[in-house]
Design a protein around this ligand. Sequence first.
Ligand code: BDP
Length: 339
Amino acid sequence: MRADRKKYLVYLAAACVLYGCTGSGGGGRSEKTVPEFVFTYAENQADDYPTSQAAYRFAELVKKKTDGRIEIQVKTGAALGDEKAILEQMQFGGIDFARVSLSPLSEIVPQMNILQMPYIYTGRTHMWNVLDGEIGDAFMEFFQDAELVPLSWYDAGARSFYTSEIPIYKLEDIEGLKIRVQQSRLMMDTIEILGGEAVPMKYEDVYSAIQKGEVDGAENNWPTYESEQHYKVAKYFTLDEHTRVPELQLASRATWNKLSESDQEVIRQCAEESAEYQRKLWTEREKTAEQKVRREGCQVIELSEAEKLRFRQAVMPIYEKYCAGYMDLVEQIREAGEK
Ligand code: BDP
């Protein structure tokens, strides 16, 4: 046994001389830092999607600014599971980082619903005034007791309805339609109050559910409608823009607690930088996605201001349920749109 071990060590030493023992697995002559931490990052969108591209940017920045000490491995296309499962795992450190939509996140931190109430923003600028300002910072405080640490806001535009057979021209057209929603009670209630039947479902299953006729349609933004090819199975896109659902980059608190304060600070900065990049990519992708689906036969139904107002009025009663106790925040958000 002893002799064997000796032999093994001799071989090992020889291999080190020949190939260089940098600890990085084939590092050649260059001195490579062995990562102190190797983390996972979950993203459910396709690889070329703005959020995925920004996640790669985030990982690159972190690696660069920590001289390779912190490595973040980005897994796109829901390779680490659907959003709900990702959030569950993050709460005990099974996944270290992710970018998620506020809809499933609100099931864990319910105050996040306020930031995605239907028609709460007058448009994109209004939403960013809120998120980038004091109100956005105040919402970060709601994570204090959560097992998740919020890092930076990502854009996800506005969500509208799209259907396969029955176009939605007016509020009454939603009556009885089966509409896929995210796994979120707020989203379910929104559809139901508009007269539809909400069908909560994983993002990854939407295309086939529409194709098989299990639902009459879904709702999402232009880039998703295009990226997931939903436009191929649901060509009527009703531009009602019923909600803007911001997205967050998050860290698992278990992971966060392993890091020094200075590493935490670096990660926050990189998350911010990646968010700037994401917003730029997002604005471009919104345009190109819309152009592409229009070119490929999607029929866009624009609603008159009067009809949009009917949609808006119809959903107002759910504010009582989701914003009870926080109406002052709702007021502040509304006021930020008037500036
Ligand atoms: C997209 C979000 C993604 C959600 C998806 C959904 O970027 O995170 O999973 O909507 O509808 O816009 O589930």
